[in-house]
Design a protein around this ligand. Sequence first.
Ligand code: FE2
Length: 320
Amino acid sequence: MFWLLIVSLFAVLLARAYRNTFDLNIRRVNVAVQPSECRGESGSFKPLTVLHLSDLHMENFSIPAERIVRDFSGQHIDLIAITGDLLDRHKNIPKAVAYVETVMKLNPRLGTFVVFGNHDYVLAPPKLGQLKAELERIGCRVLVNQHVTLIHDGMPLHVIGVDNYSTGHSDLAASFRHVPTDGVRLVLTHDPNLVLEMRDYSYDYLLSGHFHGGQIHWPKPFHLVTMGQLPKLNMVKGLHHYDGRPFYISEGLGQTGLNIRLRSRPEITLHTLVPAGAPSALPTAETAAAAQMKGSAAKPHAATNPGKVATEAGRTLALE
Ligand SMILES: [Fe+2]
């Protein structure tokens, strides 16, 4: 009888954990940035909206791309950022490309940008090359330790794609080579532990994924202890700061290993970057008070150093 009870409880827990993979968490994050050299006489620019997807994991996901398109249809999106771990198996390349192509129906004004994660590097080099070529064929920019400069409202926007840190593929020097000093620097990378190495590389905001919010975060995500220093600093998801600079860790859309989540949800995030000193540009209901906090090991959902103020909405939109 005792064992029957235990097995029943475990089955209920597993069922709940599987159901969680369908419970999409849509987050909105507002970040105010002040680039070192401003753009234009007013020092202002229109809010920049970035739809952030990470860790799609075509082998284990429950959120169809069509749902993302439906949830964000009518929403102005300047840029889509995909921060790695699209798949493990080359047979899923068509599936991943079709998924991204569907999301691109949201018509991001400045384009869709992709960096690779550790799971993408499970593919043999020719297959990874095939994934890259297919993504570029549908119009993505795949950034491998390189940057591209766009113009947003008259301001240079440098999208810097740093390849995956945990597999030793990141090259910061190459990624930042020839990046102009004016404008906003938006870094895309998979493993957020990269920020620990970026003291000499200036940026305004960094988007990442990798940890899946622990995925099985119950009672604690003990398994993350092998995934670098950030989990030891209690930085596994959400908005954080290191060396006074804001970066974001998405919980990701898909799962690895078992297709379950506990105390974690699949996530898609809409980041809005606005010029520092223009709080009126942020939707009031979604703006949290910012507290000054210069240096490392910052708490999530707080901020920052003078001149670089970050706020987070801290609430989930009931779009489902
Ligand atoms: Fe992942």
